[in-house]
Write a protein that binds this ligand. Structure first.
Ligand SMILES: Cc1cc2nc3c(=O)[nH]c(=O)nc-3n(C[C@H](O)[C@H](O)[C@H](O)COP(=O)(O)O)c2cc1C
Length: 99
């Protein structure tokens, strides 16, 4: 299961924490991915691991997205979309989801 979320306050957003606590993902493979405003994933990937202790949590992917605070939205387009495609593909190959 792919689980995507933004970084909020250098943490996993509370709605995502509730979501992961609510569902029994025992035995499932959890694959986290993230966008942020340039400060990285913070503790979010670690928290996913903690909340999915009985799941196999694979290496996550992150990239800089929009900057909501500054009204910068939907930035993954044009050149950035091409960059994202290449990076996502490399990541999916690394974690052996695609060849
Ligand atoms: C409440 C809130 C807190 C945020 N905290 C952070 C943060 O700690 N670090 C960071 O890099 N970005 C932070 N952001 C920015 C979002 O992570 C960023 O705008 C979002 O990932 C962009 O995703 P999108 O391009 O898919 O819309 C925050 C945004 C909100 C609304």
């Amino acid at each position: 299961m792919f689980v995507g979320f933004p970084t909020w306050g250098m943490k996993l957003p509370p709605p995502m924490k509730s979501f992961l606590k609510q569902y029994d993902l025992r035995g499932k493979t959890v694959i986290p991915f993230n966008t942020n405003a340039g400060y990285g994933v913070g503790s979010s990937f670690e928290t996913v691991k903690e909340l999915c202790a009985n799941s196999k949590v694979l290496e996550g992917f992150t990239m800089k997205g929009g900057i909501e605070r500054d009204g910068v939205y939907l930035v993954i387009k044009d050149e950035k979309a091409k960059e994202a495609e290449v990076k996502v593909k490399q990541w999916l190959q690394k974690i052996k989801i695609i060849k």
